[in-house]
Design a protein. Structure first.
Length: 257
């Protein structure tokens, strides 16, 4: 069978543009395809919500690929095991209440399950701004990550959503944009991002569910972004809170939408 390079190229361009056009208006737009963002996408899509996940890097997964200090094992506490079992990830009990997984299996499985449930993932795309109408976030302003890296002056495009999620991890990039552009109006004690505290696994995991919430009308936070916004502790290479936070924000939005 002969292969035609133009057919190959046309297939990629045509099908990508179909997906891109279809997901310019969604129920939920998620910034960041780390564990919290992907789990949120999985549960939202499973309930029939139209979900787009935007990841600025080439590969999704956030910091999970490297486990702890590039030792590719992930630790989860008892509370998160039911999610791992549901997703289909192999676990090994290390000590009572502590479960180990292979980080490669964990990331690839979560990613696969989210996509198979219907969440559409767009990698190599960054969120550079938000859309706001009548004091409510109504979408993301997006551009190819390469544009920012090369410092090019290229205008972005927009995605409209009924709800937006900042799942960008420690940087809480989307909420930082909102704070910078609208002032001290965030749903925190100070009206601004409080900033994450030093590492304390028990403290960080203990508050992440409480911190997983609406930060500004139409904009929600989950995962490490939530702890950074509300002043929670960094928890290091234990990932149960990430999954539980992603599930909580999904449940909150399923009910609200």
């Amino acid at each position: 069978m002969g292969l035609d390079e133009i057919i190959i190229s046309r297939a990629i361009v045509e099908e990508y543009m179909k997906d891109f056009s279809e997901f310019m208006e969604v129920d939920v737009a998620i910034a960041g395809a780390g564990p919290a963002g992907m789990i949120a996408g999985y549960y939202l899509a499973k309930e029939g919500k139209k979900v787009a996940i935007f990841e600025r890097k080439l590969s999704p997964g956030g910091g999970m690929w490297g486990g702890g200090m590039m030792f590719n094992k992930c630790v989860f506490q008892e509370e998160a095991k039911s999610i791992l079992d549901e997703i289909g990830i192999t676990t090994k009990e290390y000590k009572k209440g502590y479960y180990l997984t292979d980080s490669i299996e964990t990331v690839s499985t979560i990613c696969s399950r989210a996509v198979k449930e219907g969440a559409k993932m767009f990698n190599l795309i960054s969120i550079e701004d938000v859309m706001i109408r009548e004091e409510k976030i109504t979408g993301f302003v997006i551009n190819f990550s390469a544009v920012g890296l090369a410092n090019l002056h290229v205008d972005p495009l927009t995605i409209r959503a009924k709800a937006c999620i900042d799942a960008t991890g420690h940087a809480s990039e989307v909420v930082k944009v909102v704070e910078r552009k609208i002032g001290l109006k965030l749903n925190t004690k100070t009206g601004k991002i409080i900033g994450e505290k030093p590492m304390w696994a028990e403290a960080g995991e203990g508050v992440i569910i409480e911190n997983t919430r609406e930060v500004y009308p139409g904009l929600y936070a989950c995962g490490m972004a939530a702890n950074a916004i509300y002043g929670g502790a960094r928890m290091g290479p234990i990932f149960g809170g990430m999954l539980l936070s992603g599930k909580k924000i999904a449940e909150l939005l399923i009910e609200k939408l």
